[in-house]
Write a protein that binds this ligand. Sequence first.
Ligand code: HSE
Length: 433
Amino acid sequence: MKKIGVGLLGLGTVGMGTYQVLKSQQPEMLQKLGVELEIRKIAVKDPEEVASQVDDPRLLTADWREVVQDDSVEIVIELMGGMEPAKTSILAALNAGKHVVTANKDLVAVSGRELLDAAAENHCDFLFEAAVAGGIPIIRPMKQCLLGNQITEMMGIVNGTTNFILTKMEQDGMEFQEALALATELGYAEADPTADIEGLDAGRKVAIMASIAFHSRVVFDDVYIEGITKITAKDIQYAREMGCTIKLLGVTRYDEEGIEAYVCPMLISGEHPLASVNDSYNAVFLHGDAVENVMFYGRGAGSLPTASAVVGDVFDIARNIRHNCCGRISCSCYKELPIKAMENTQNSFFVRMLVEDKCGVFTAAAGAFADNQVSLAQIIQRPAGKGFAELVVITDAVKEGDLKKAIETLKAQATTREISTVLRVYQKKGETE
Ligand code: HSE
């Protein structure tokens, strides 16, 4: 029986996990796939450093070209991450007729079309299940099991680091910096946490999810992004009083005006299943016209969970090779839909502000909302010491442009000391119109 040769680019956290999962699967591979896989080459920055961690150090090389040019390698697994040399190596592998699996969300969110086109031209598979929500199957279910649906909305918690931080802020009353320090200490946050806490990592996943959900290419730059760095323990306390929790949500929706794609901290009802997705877990919700609601939940990051998705893709390709049917699931973007400007999206809003505690100030603030067609759903007013009051409201669903006008009106009022926080409030599609 012919064995299928595999080449690995990168042996970091996910690369090593993939190496281990492939190894642990070896005894049953033949039964599962009808064919065996064999790792033939591994490219790493420093072969000496990892030599003791692999069974056969002779497979190691410092040059990715040796992997993609190796005639005995049929499947290349790119786990170096980042834009370069990942992109060049993937294109070289595809152009050499090799199938490629990657977990590289940065690259797919920006250059997905180019890479999928190269795969199609070369009759190869290019799979990236691990790029969205790590170990949780999202891409394949959407491209296969749920293909008989018109998807109208996909949203969820797709970043574990920020979910861990927000959970600590919610459950232990920590402020952002303290929770971030804990996330760093426990290894959830990277040394440079920017991509996670500023929402960039989640934004890349939303671009990929939106492209697949609506069959129209959405790239990273199309996604509106806000991070969680300005959220305070006080915001979370007020949100709780108003029956909500705060989560960093990635949301993508489609209607006749176009595709909405954004990542931002949002209030979400405590009754919504996503409100109880805590710690570093991820979860994704989608609505399809036939299936109704579906929720996926699990580990969105980590060595073995992400490796689980990578190896699933590799196995799928092995089956395809065996049955001589590669390229079955290729680029699924056959439409060109417009991206909706944030100004035109509809959401409820949470607004926390500090105002002078004088007769008529509440009426003036309420007037600023009403004059801009913003209706209020919930209101809390609290003394804030020394002649000030804190005013916290949740609005009804409103066009974002109108909410911005209301905020400008509020800012212009002499009695407004500060607009402390403005956050969107998640409402199910259909409840926002
Ligand atoms: N850093 C990401 C997270 C995992 O915290 O979820 C990789 O996308």
